[in-house]
Write a protein that binds this ligand. Sequence first.
Ligand code: IPM
Ligand code: MN
Length: 372
Amino acid sequence: MKLEIAVLSGDGIGPEVTEQSKKVLDAIAHKFDHTFLYKEALVGAVAIDKTGNPLPDETLDICGNSDAVLFGSIGHPKYDNDPSAKVRPEQGLLKLRKSLGLYANIRPVKAYETLLDKSPLKKEIIKGTDISIYRELTGGIYFGEKKLSKDGATASDLCEYSKHEIERIAHLAFKAAQTRRKKLTLVDKANVLESSRLWRKVVTEIGKTYTDVELDFLFVDNAAMQMILNPSQFDVILTENMFGDIISDEASVIGGSIGLLASASIGDKFALFEPIHGSYPQATGKGIANPIASILSAAMLLEHFELFDEAALIRSGVEKSLKLKISTPDINTEYENVTTSKVGDFIADYIEYPEDTNINFQNIHIGQSTII
Ligand code: IPM
Ligand code: MN
């Protein structure tokens, strides 16, 4: 298969983690005889520095003319600490999502057996957790009308949803549940918000056509509590934009590090793949950023094009790296010098030689082995 991939590595650790995904994709291309062509484009704070615009037209054109987008991360402290900044890096990502119509953001959360003791939560609570969060991505409070009064003393953000916006992601979430444990939980705040009541009404209606899927509802405050009390109760979670943003960061604690969580943002025409973590400016250039979230986003990209064997090989490479503790310091307290790039090298090597017998795993001494 030939794929043209727009690569928007963005700010902070974005470029260094995305580099590892490309390494891994190249290994896949080599092994399975595919051609992946990358087109780099600017987004975020780096784009503002170079062009004044967090999403230059050229970047949007490149994305629109590619088969998929691989995204790094976005954000810079100089904007976070300046609430009056007129142009912000995040606007680039939001405009990109909206322009490409990426209305469904899928965030898988899994408790890896080998990392159960890395989470601050108790093992017995997180064991077996496997959740797929369907977060609506182009509506709600993120995109509703924003107002700031002339005197700067009053501000508002409108949370608006249409039936159509709810329906299209609900169908995707129900279909996903059908291929999993057949349970869908709608997370909302229907006891307070009119927009949430519309979500409940529309999702209940659609649920009648998916008779094999059990549908239940949780208020978002309760869902936030359930997520750490008993996360394995969840299968597919469907929710609006901002609730999904918040509970997916919370859910990342289950996996042991936010550096492990990948996501796919899907629309009717385009698809973008990105780690859920941010630009982690404190880590930039230090080689300590975990590339797994980006590498697993690349696996989701391959699955989107039905390259299932290829994606499965990436996933088993990731699991092998976790098992052998060839991991960055966020989840590895044993070995000191496993860098971002070494994790990428290991997984790319695994793809070439997945049989244990071909790689002498016993001889891996971090920094001394021939393969990392
Ligand atoms: C995410 C991020 C973004 C969001 C920011 C960077 C705009 O937190 O993808 O979760 O809030 O959607
Ligand atoms: Mn977020």
